[in-house]
Design a protein around this ligand. Structure first.
Ligand SMILES: C[S@@+](CC[C@H](N)C(=O)[O-])C[C@H]1O[C@@H](n2cnc3c(N)ncnc32)[C@H](O)[C@@H]1O
Length: 245
């Protein structure tokens, strides 16, 4: 397998090593998930924090269907992993959108196995509005491991798009890294500017200092535009100041 680690940032290490938790691996998005098996890793801690938020949101949803979207959802660790034993899993529907076909197949098989069969797994491009077509108004959006990979303009477009799929009162659970230089504050402000009120924000201990936030949409849904594209995964690499995690 070719290691592309240094293609996007010459300051990153030349090989995969434990010091870097495997988190910087970019060549194979399926293998990247192996780090979740490392119980002590920052990635594992991030997953657990996101899962806790996912469970809390589902617990709080009124009786009836709960529509969830996971953007660049990988193997479904945050959503399926959180809800595989949840008493309301029969209520859960929605879509995990993941480009890597191996990851998508993993998530699809897992969802079926744990009776989350109404959670569709789309092996497709999460940067395209058409990938979200046909969904009911969304109660929960999960965006984990994405913002660090896209530049500021793409972050703004993606957050703006969320207003097209979220119901009023929907939650967005999202992660990032603490970049320094005010970038995380700018990301938080983009949410506020789009009427996503911040309900929680935490920073995990460790070198990557992952952040996990939950925002609630207090605006009205805006019309769905099916032909939009709102990010290019990896666009943060164009700017050396915008490190990818
Ligand atoms: C850092 S991983 C995060 C995966 C998952 N959200 C998690 O936190 O475990 C980024 C994921 O984005 C996927 N990805 C990259 N570009 C994508 C795109 N345009 N559409 C959908 N998924 C994409 C990759 O295949 C990879 O699984």
């Amino acid at each position: 397998m070719q290691d592309l680690t240094n293609d996007f940032n010459p300051n990153l290490p030349t090989s995969i090593d434990r010091e870097n938790d495997g988190i910087l691996r970019m060549a194979d998005w399926s293998d990247w998930h192996d780090e979740y098996e490392n119980e002590g890793s920052e990635l594992n801690a991030r997953k657990r924090a996101v899962q806790a938020q996912v469970v809390a949101v589902v617990d709080q949803c009124p009786p009836g269907p709960v529509t969830i979207v996971s953007i660049c959802g990988g193997q479904g660790r945050e959503v399926i992993g959180a809800l595989e034993g949840h008493e309301r899993r029969a209520d859960v529907r929605g879509r995990i959108v993941e480009l890597d076909t191996k990851n998508a197949a993993f998530a699809r098989a897992w969802a079926q196995k744990v009776q989350l069969g109404n959670l569709e797994v789309l092996a497709g491009d999460a940067s395209l509005a058409e990938s979200y077509q046909g969904l009911a108004a969304v109660d929960l959006v999960v965006i984990s491991g994405v913002f660090g990979h896209i530049n500021n303009a793409d972050r703004m477009r993606l957050i703006g798009f969320l207003r097209q799929i979220c119901r009023k009162g929907a939650c967005v659970v999202w992660t990032s890294v603490s970049w320094g230089d005010g970038k995380i504050e700018s990301l938080r402000k983009h949410f506020l500017d789009n009427m996503f009120e911040e309900e929680s924000f935490e920073t995990l201990a460790g070198k990557f200092a992952f952040t996990i936030a939950k925002n609630r949409y207090v605006g009205e849904p805006v019309p769905f535009e099916p032909h939009a594209k709102f990010f290019s995964f990896g666009s943060s690499r164009d700017n050396p100041d915008e490190a990818a995690q």
